[in-house]
Design a protein around this ligand. Sequence first.
Ligand code: AMP
Ligand code: MG
Length: 340
Amino acid sequence: MKNRFFPFGLLSLLLSVLAFSLCACGEAFCVRSFDSMGAFMTVRCYGENAEDACRAIEETVRTVEKEISVTIPGSTVSSINSAADFPVKIGGTTKELLVFSLHVAEITDGAFNPALFPVSSAWGFPTGEYSVPAGDEIRRLLELTDFRNIRIDGANLYMERGMKLDFGAVGKGFAGDCAAGRLAEFGVASAVLDLGGNICVIGKKPDGSDWRIGIKSPWDDGVAAAVSVHDCSVVTSGGYERFFVADGKTYVHIIDGATGFPVENEILSATVVCRSGAYADALSTAVFVLGTERAVALWQARRDFEMILMCRGDSVLYTPGLTGSLSFIHDFKIVEIAEE
Ligand code: AMP
Ligand code: MG
């Protein structure tokens, strides 16, 4: 659960660290770290106004969090989730994110589903009070997760009573896009935002080279690969991020909406690389749920993202668009996915 053990203000005070200096190439830069959306975030901006830009990023991320959080009482999404009657009014960020999420839910055939909160709550993922729900309860709750029963008509949102939204799989990527969109105001053309592992890079490094982004290993605490990119988002979903073990079985925090159970397939981590942070975030979750075969089929059909799948048996698959920009730290069984 987000900040369960700390008063929010105290934690953010402790973690809002700011450093301003010059990099080797002589460009001024600022690094700022803060805690938001249940994650530790670090942003680095280059340019004369880097300090103000970093502050604006933190402010933007916190504004998005206050609107879409499922754990902050009184957030827009919390209010929707506790509504007794529909329609409720919807607009701004929440509407934009819901429209986008329903689109991704549609194109991934529900692998990404922003309406799984009743089921993930039964497993205890939002609170950390984990338990394995009874099969009957999962079946009953699954009835409340059909994203096709969510309808937006102008400023009105219609859902069935008991349905609940959760933007946990897309919110950090979306917030990164919102924050990146503000950097031009500050004349910042070079920045890297690490929003709890959701990476968004703006431009190139001040020396003109690409950013090299490490991809965490699902096998140990290190980095398994690195990808060189510019103007891009790199987002990873991994079962290792949050899970619990009951009766010797591991249950990860990403739910397969088809069964109501935590995902169990050969993928240990799914990384998506594309321009939009929201799309990369939502798709990395979807790809994790889909499993290798259906993830490859999705990529074949869309071709608007690249991906790296780290799988059981030390194997790694990646899409050919990453050839030349991807390097591996270990000797895995590496497979480049065929074009067709
Ligand atoms: P991520 O780490 O981006 O893959 O997002 C995982 C979070 O999204 C979980 O902690 C839940 O809040 C939520 N979630 C779990 N399963 C799904 C799913 N299949 N589709 C959308 N959101 C999900
Ligand atoms: Mg995600």
